[in-house]
Design a protein around this ligand. Sequence first.
Ligand code: SF4
Length: 332
Amino acid sequence: MTALIEVENLTLKFRTDEGLITAVEDVSFTLEKGRVLGLVGESGSGKSVTAKALMHLNAGNAVYAPESRITLHAETGPVDVLKLRGNRELKIVRGGAISMIFQEPMASFAPAITIGKQMVEQLQLHSGMSKARAREISIEMLDRVGISDPARRFDQYAFELSGGMRQRAMIAMALSTRPQLLIADEPTTALDVTIQAQVIDLMKDLVAEFHMAIIFITHDLGVIAQTADDVAVMYLGRLIEEGPVREVIRNPRHPYTQGLLAALPKLDDLDAPLTPVAGDIPSPLERPSGCVFHTRCPKIVGDVCRTALPRDLQVDPSHRVACHLYGEGDRG
Ligand code: SF4
């Protein structure tokens, strides 16, 4: 396996009127080519901010700690993402080697410009190809994502398409430049269950066909179980558990991951009460000391949880967790 993107010690704060607010703290992970990584957590966990950092896309008040490093292994060689400046340099991580799709496709399309014109402009920006060739590729991509009568849809506006079709058109636009990494931020949340399943299947096919990697951002571990190879669970800006999706779902170690799994509906007992993780995620202005989850943890082991940050422990060759419940003797 070859690394596509390496995130090392990513710490990101936002400058606000109330002072610096920590959004992401000391996050490290590697994404291999051809893999799907699910980034999971409640809103406020830092998953979208982490994903946007890969495209150097966070707001102007974002402050990266000096030790933060993101390396993209692009086809042209390694790129130090956080050192990129200006549109010319940033193009490689914004629509070039990396593309992003959002929960609401209307956010990706300008309302007064046809879908086709936007696709052609994006292709020409990243490849310099002729308008005629860009049109051909765009129509091919619309067809590839299952949009019927693609040549007609090409000349339509986003508001003329149904929700599911808009989602497909957005995926077609994001993939037309053949990115190495697609970041999908809650892409199926607004869709009904049938369309959701179709979009997930489509994305899985495209990963295999284009041999690209995907980061799938969601609050729903159930969606991750269907889509991802690996999962990284975030809470209040920290990565608290990571591993192959089957291993983490079968054998969750962190009490927060265990809580997220317990909150999923059980197929064999749909009447069983759902047990959400008790309490609310604290405000980033009142960041807990020690383990950031200690204010909600049902398994808190005492003062050590309130005062000391748990360090990452490898409990299995590819499964790591940050929790004081586990010590060196709990490997494997
Ligand atoms: Fe709970 Fe302590 Fe583990 Fe944090 S470190 S998750 S508070 S047991």
